[in-house]
Ligand binder design. Structure first.
Ligand code: PEP
Length: 250
């Protein structure tokens, strides 16, 4: 099976309704082939509905996070069932900002991911090491530990609803992009882990995308690597440049 390329745009806590509406209009009008690359944008939660209405066919909308329980007294949280209720089919889980700033553990991210799949929502499952961990030669240990937590709680068949986003923390929002070779090596390591831990089929079929200072100028080279199946983009997804990244992945 050939893996369809995937480009995600994570707006984080940026933009207002006017700015983001203008941005999505620009994406809608761009001449990109959404048949050859799957495109998903993740606005702040309160803009999901209007932007979902606005985004053209072929551009899906994701939430940036969700709670693992269906309902209850969890002030400020949004459940996966509520996301599904408004027609959402994607959620980003385990972003490094959630893991570090909001102290989400490997187990919690895995639990949320399993809950998303149960709610019929596909997951952009983020993993990645810090600079200290990379310099301490711990990259493999960290990304396999994060992936193992998920492998423990989902079945082989569930992996077709997961896109793994490898995002080295030292490359996120820093302008310090991993070289295509460094990113490719880690993607290959993750794919080998999936082959050993889950199955060769899951390793072959699961999309593993790269995130960390992806821009119009470096996207092509990254996406040309055999084990890199697209990109998760933060800063550059808030600019018309996002269209160049989609084109690079096509
Ligand atoms: C991200 O936050 O997922 C990300 C990759 O950010 P940036 O592209 O800004 O490094």
């Amino acid at each position: 099976m050939t893996r369809k390329l995937f480009v995600g745009g994570n707006f984080k806590m940026n933009g207002d309704l006017e700015q983001l509406t203008k941005l999505v209009h620009q994406f809608n009008e761009a001449d990109v082939d959404v048949e050859s690359a799957e495109v998903v944008i993740a606005p702040p939660a309160l803009y999901i509905l209007p932007l979902k209405e606005l985004a053209r066919k072929g551009i899906s909308v994701a939430a940036q996070n969700a709670h693992q329980l269906p309902a209850g007294a969890y002030t400020g949280e949004i459940s996966l069932q509520q996301l599904k209720d408004i027609g959402l089919n994607w959620v980003i889980l385990g972003h490094s900002e959630r893991r570090t700033i909001f102290h989400e553990s490997d187990e919690l991210v895995a639990e949320k991911t399993a809950a998303a799949l149960k709610a019929n929502i596909q997951v952009i499952f983020c993993i990645g090491e810090t600079l200290e961990e990379r310099e301490g030669n711990k990259t493999e240990e960290v990304v396999t530990r994060q992936t193992e937590a998920l492998a423990k709680v989902i079945g082989e068949d569930d992996w077709k609803h997961i896109v793994v986003a490898y995002e080295p923390v030292w490359a996120i929002g820093t302008g310090k992009v991993a070289t295509p070779e460094v990113a490719q090596d880690t993607h290959k390591m993750i794919r080998n882990f999936l082959a050993k831990r889950v199955s060769q089929k899951v390793a072959n079929d699961t999309r593993i995308i790269y995130g960390g200072s992806v821009a119009g100028k470096n996207a092509q080279e990254l996406c040309n690597q055999p084990d890199i199946d697209g990109a998760l983009v933060g800063g550059a997804s808030l600019k018309p440049e996002f269209v160049d990244i989609i084109r690079a992945a096509e």
